[in-house]
Write a protein that binds this ligand. Structure first.
Ligand code: FES
Ligand code: FES
Length: 153
């Protein structure tokens, strides 16, 4: 076990965890940031997506220890009192069904739109492709990403 600090959602948090503990478990079990979900645990579903230095990353597939110097953002820290344009679009289009995958979807979409603020339909499909939704809300997700891009322009 090692004791170290992580910068999460703008705050420094002290954690005690094994060097090889994935970030996902530190977020959920140590810090009670349970908006980040466990889906597959092997980097295949996107449910655990967070931002590391602004870029979407699967928290099940990276150790927390390796991110000691990084800025980590989870769904809980994505916006302050006001929703960000992606969250607004999600709300407007009533995207979630069961909701389980949605934090990961929103984290991926937000990071993607930072890199590509004027995406085509295909760009959106490709960017969101790796985030699995068992409820198959894919059409609404794609529409919401397009709407968020419009809101941000
Ligand atoms: Fe991390 Fe599925 S839980 S990608
Ligand atoms: Fe249910 Fe995506 S909304 S898994």
């Amino acid at each position: 076990m090692a004791s170290y600090s992580l910068k999460i959602n703008g705050k420094v948090k002290e954690v005690i965890a094994d060097d090889d503990t994935p970030l996902l478990w530190v977020l959920r079990d140590e810090l009670n940031l349970v908006g980040t979900k466990y889906g597959c645990g092997i980097g295949q579903c996107g449910a655990c997506t967070v931002h590391v230095d602004g870029v979407a990353l699967r928290s099940c597939s990276v150790t927390a220890f390796s991110l000691k110097d990084a800025e980590i953002t989870t769904i809980e820290g994505l916006a302050d009192e006001k929703l960000n344009p992606v969250q607004e679009a999600w709300k407007e289009l009533d995207v979630p069904q069961c909701g389980y995958c949605q934090a990961g979807q929103i984290m991926t979409a937000t990071s993607f739109l930072k890199q590509n603020p004027t995406p085509s339909k295909n760009d959106i499909r490709n960017a969101m492709h790796g985030n699995i939704c068992r409820c198959a809300s894919y059409n609404r997700i794609e529409k919401a990403v397009a709407l968020a891009a419009k809101k941000m322009s």
